[in-house]
Ligand binder design. Sequence first.
Ligand SMILES: Nc1ncnc2c1ncn2[C@@H]1O[C@H](COP(=O)(O)OP(=O)(O)OP(=O)(O)O)[C@@H](O)[C@H]1O
Length: 292
Amino acid sequence: MADNNTAKTETSGNVLHMQDVTMQFGGVVAVNGLTLDVNEGEIVALIGPNGAGKTTAFNCVTGIYEPTYGKVAFKGETILSNTPKGKMEKMYLGEVTPTSIPIVKNTPDVITKKGIARTFQNIRLFGQLTVFENVLIAKHMRAKQNVFSATLRLNRAEEARMRAETMALLKEQHLDHLKDEIASSLPYGLQRRLEIARALATEPSLLLLDEPAAGMNPQETQELTDFIKEIRETYHLSIFMIEHHMDLVMQISDRIYVLDFGKLIAQGTPDEIQNNQKVIDAYLGVSDDVED
Ligand SMILES: Nc1ncnc2c1ncn2[C@@H]1O[C@H](COP(=O)(O)OP(=O)(O)OP(=O)(O)O)[C@@H](O)[C@H]1O
């Protein structure tokens, strides 16, 4: 694989490029040679049966995991890149044969500052803080540019600016009337909305949503579908989303990637994916005893 740290990806307007990303835990290859792209302004879904490796793939983009092998580039800059070393060189079970590529490491906070934000499968708000405080903390995260400003108190003007921006964001998200509510006291659907607002506070250009419709009823899911389309336009976002609600996925995705047992088994438009036999088999589970 030709590579260097600053190489631009081939696709113009490419926001996220994952190349041969492999994540191995002991003897389990959770993600196996995953290559995919998210281009500017796209909504791209990553789907697949339970345990297919979707969340692990997200964790490899946001720096929670250091991939065992492969590269992740954001707007043409390699943000994570690794090749098996030491014991893993012998244990490696990935499908792509590793080559010697430069090692690039970045922690999740650095990756967030570069412009990638995410939400989690299990909502991770600061439950005991207010709606306002949850978003303000994310603003602070964006503002802290280095260790000095992170350890010194911010000046009053900057604090006031961040508070004003937090309020403006809550208004845009129609959450301003709830600003003093304790986050954990909100209904589930609103907690999800708040988690997205908090992600937006870091001013991302790529937003990763991990099962945003989990636990929602059909009406809430439809509202969320409209909401995701709306924030893509308002904030000029590219969106990469894991989701099990197929109605939502088929309605809003420009393109879909399908994982099964860590490997990409299909990619295409919603129409192409719906009619793909490999995808249908993966979801239904092909079994030898179905004829009985
Ligand atoms: N930290 C870890 N240590 C060991 N194995 C792990 C770890 N994280 C994930 N796995 C394994 O990797 C595989 C993929 O898990 P992952 O959670 O990424 O799947 P998923 O597609 O997101 O599933 P779901 O749709 O149920 O959320 C599973 O077999 C899982 O048990």
